[in-house]
Design a protein around this ligand. Structure first.
Ligand code: NAP
Length: 294
């Protein structure tokens, strides 16, 4: 492929989703007198986490969703965090509970995520949501993978029958992405740090998902001509003004038929899905809502 690839514009697509979310929020308020609410639990001073929570809260406020945060220092105890989660589970004004990942070292993140009420698990990474995803019945799917699939759908890029290669197997990103694609009848290969001959495998991908956290690791020569490339990576590189993805955009865009830029690709979709999931949680509470997507 030498012609310019289709740019999968996450900023523009997220704007459309956010407008849909705003309409659903208005409906909930007008018909049911309910204002959707999202509560974040933040522990420690990881600058990326602080920024993400701030961005999510701002996006909520713009969409008409109430946003609160329980903030703890790096010395927070497991009991304090669990108590906050239990209080938010019981709070009728809160429809979604988000535990910002990663929690400081020494805290048992798995136990905290498991404590989130499954009906409020808008981040989709609690045990119940992940189990439902395995069964193809998830209501809430982890926001970044769900955002990537939404992007494919909105651009009408087919998934069924395609060979999808996912690089990365984290619980928040790689694994749920692989399951979502499998549930949509893709043939899925998952690669990770112990995978041998990575490029041989990525060259077979009709859909290539990079979810690694290594700046520009995927280069154009690792792609099949015409591949659809979804780059979830977000990497700070010393001396560069802008964060970069896991894919080398320049060389990949010479080979791909469609590609997400960084920034402006997968990132904005993540927050849009979080807002949509929060509204879904509120809709389910009042007795309606979409069936599981995952
Ligand atoms: P993570 O938990 O560190 O997982 C990284 C995965 O990449 C692991 O499965 C690891 O394999 C694999 N990996 C590492 N080096 C590799 C190599 N050389 N070859 C093949 N696989 C390799 O990271 P994450 O939380 O999934 O995040 C991945 C990226 O997405 C990061 O850049 C992060 O900033 C970004 N991200 C973006 C958003 C967004 O909203 N856009 C949200 C979350 C994360 P092992 O399992 O073998 O260690």
């Amino acid at each position: 492929m030498t012609e310019t690839p289709l740019l999968l514009d996450g900023t523009a697509t997220a704007r459309v989703i956010r407008a849909e979310v705003e309409a659903r929020v208005r409906h909930l308020k007008e018909v049911y007198g309910v204002t959707p609410g999202l509560a974040a639990v933040l522990a420690g001073d990881n600058p990326a986490s602080v920024t993400y929570v701030r961005m999510k809260r701002r996006a909520c406020e713009k969409a008409g969703i109430t946003s609160t945060a329980r903030e703890f220092g790096s010395d927070a105890t497991q009991e304090q965090i669990l108590e906050a989660v239990h209080e938010l589970n019981a709070d009728r004004g809160v429809h979604g509970v988000l535990v910002q990942h990663p929690l400081p070292k020494g805290l048992d993140e798995s136990e905290v995520l498991a404590a989130v009420d499954p009906n409020k698990d808008v981040d989709g990474i609690g045990r119940g949501s992940l189990g439902d995803l395995v069964k193809g019945e998830a209501v809430f799917v982890a926001c970044t993978p769900a955002g990537m699939v939404e992007l494919l759908d909105r651009y009408r890029l087919p998934i069924e029958g395609k060979h999808a290669v996912v690089i990365g197997r984290s619980v928040i990103l790689g694994k749920p992405m692989a399951l979502l694609l499998l549930n949509r009848n893709a043939t899925v290969t998952i690669c990770h740090s112990k995978t041998h001959n990575l490029a041989e495998i990525t060259r077979q991908a009709d859909i290539l998902v990079a979810a690694v956290g290594r700046a520009e690791m995927v280069t154009g020569d690792m792609l099949k001509p015409g591949a659809v490339v979804l780059d979830a990576g977000y990497n700070r590189v010393p001396g560069r003004d802008q964060d970069v993805g896991d894919c080398d955009y320049e060389s990949c865009s010479r080979v791909a038929s469609a590609i997400t830029p960084v920034p402006g690709g997968v990132g904005p979709m993540t927050i849009a899905v979080l807002l949509a999931n929060t509204v879904t949680a509120a809709e389910r509470r009042v007795g309606f809502g979409k069936p599981g997507a995952g």
